[in-house]
Structure formats: structure tokens, C-alpha cells
Write a protein that binds this ligand. Structure first.
Ligand code: GTP
Ligand code: MG
Length: 204
């Protein structure tokens, strides 16, 4: 049987890749085995220590990830272990990106969302205090929420909650999407990971 697929989506630079790596570690992975699938169909496998994965796969500059990165994890459910495929994806933007390989990678991500049972929609709530919610979120965040919120396996992850002022962003996000499940997390400090794990288990 195919593993349950859990995709992490969101705007570029919100922390998707750092979350994927640190969540895999939280679930017991000592080595991060990544299968990168590019829009042209190429597949490349790499193994990293946690530190190497963070150094090589995350960046403070936008559009570091330009493919789907699959990381297989196991999650204990009762006495059994369930296999879950975590999918880190390309950051989505409003408008049209000037580079064709980024456009193709975004399109690859959008096509994949439909197939995934679990959708973790990540939002960076650290800047809302300065920019306001509507400017911090993209149109694309509203589109994802509209598309996905009817599904049971959909949750918003309010990331970078460790940064001062993020609580304000979280509260504004909750006011804007009152019907949605929103879990505050810090991908950097592994905060809120138990709640994300419990959500995944409920939706396997
Ligand atoms: N303070 C803080 N920084 C974070 C957190 N999560 C991610 N970052 C930082 O945000 C930057 C972007 O992180 P990535 O994981 O590369 O973001 P991404 O969403 O994968 O970005 P793309 O691949 O470009 O779409 C990096 O400099 C991270 O260290 C967090 O929870 N707290
Ligand atoms: Mg990334």
C-alpha cells in the first residue's frame, strides 16, 4: 500500500524545509534521507545528518527549494508504526516568477497538493505585527485555504512563533480564519511538534 502523503505548502521562506527536517528528527530520524523529485522527472537521493540537511537545504533567501523533497518517517500509532511520506515543496508566490524552473516547480507543487491526504499549510506569523495580516499573507494563502479547508486533513501551521511579536500575528490569523484549525509552531526550536504529530495521527 502507498504511504500516506503529508505535504508542507506555503509561501517561500516561511520555514517549510526547516520544519520537514526537524520534524523528521523529532519522529526519530537520525539521518535525513531525501528523495528530490524535479519537475522534469529527475529523482536524486541524498542522505544527510540533521546539521548537514539544515545547512544544505534551508536558506534565509527565498526559493531555496525547487523540487519536491520526500522524507519517509514512521509514526507510532497505538502499538503499530505507520509509514508517512513527508513532502517538502517549492514556495508558492503571488504572481508569476521570472525564472522558468521556479515556475515549473511551483506548478509541480500545486499539482501534488490534490493527491495528498494531509496538507500542512505553513504561514510565517512573525512579520504580521509590522506588515499587517493581509500583506503578510499572500493571495495564494487565501486560495489554498479556500481550496483545502473543506478537507479533514488540512491544518494551518503558524510558524516562527519564537520571534517576539508573533503572538499578535497568531491572534490575527485566528480572527481571519475562525473555522480553521491553526497550530502555533517553531520549526527552529521544535515547538508545537507534538500537536502536529497528533494531527497527523488523527488523519492517517
Ligand atoms: N526564528 C525562526 N526562523 C525560522 C523558523 N523556521 C524557519 N526559519 C528560518 O527561515 C528561513 C527560511 O527557512 P526555510 O526552511 O528554508 O524556508 P522554506 O519555506 O523552505 O523556503 P523556500 O524553500 O524558499 O520556499 C531560514 O533562514 C530559517 O532558518 C522558525 O521557526 N523560527
Ligand atoms: Mg524550502
Amino acid at each position: 500500500m502507498k504511504d500516506v502523503e503529508c505535504i508542507i505548502i506555503g509561501k517561500t521562506n516561511v520555514g517549510k524545509t526547516l520544519f520537514a527536517i526537524n520534524f523528521a528528527e523529532y519522529l526519530g530520524c537520525k539521518v535525513i534521507k531525501v528523495t528530490s523529485i524535479y519537475p522534469d522527472g529527475r529523482q536524486i537521493e541524498n542522505s544527510f545528518t540533521i546539521r548537514e540537511a539544515i545547512l544544505q537545504l534551508t536558506n534565509e533567501k527565498p526559493h531555496k527549494t525547487r523540487c519536491l523533497n520526500k522524507i519517509a518517517v514512521t509514526i507510532p500509532v497505538g502499538k503499530k508504526k505507520k509509514h508517512v511520506m513527508i513532502l517538502d515543496s517549492t514556495g508558492i508566490i503571488d504572481g508569476i516568477h521570472p525564472e522558468s524552473n521556479v515556475r515549473k516547480a511551483i506548478s509541480q507543487t500545486l499539482a501534488k497538493i490534490r493527491e495528498c491526504k494531509i496538507i500542512l499549510h505553513m504561514i510565517d506569523v512573525s512579520n504580521v505585527i509590522n506588515r499587517g495580516l493581509v500583506n503578510s499573507l499572500g493571495e495564494v494563502d487565501y486560495q489554498i485555504a479556500n481550496f483545502a479547508q473543506m478537507r479533514t486533513g488540512y491544518v494551518m501551521l503558524a510558524n516562527k512563533i519564537d520571534i517576539p511579536g508573533s503572538e499578535t500575528g497568531l491572534n490575527k490569523l485566528r480572527e481571519e480564519f475562525p473555522a480553521n484549525l491553526i497550530l502555533p509552531i517553531s520549526a527552529l526550536y521544535k515547538r508545537g511538534f507534538k500537536e502536529v504529530k497528533d494531527f497527523v495521527i488523527r488523519n492517517i
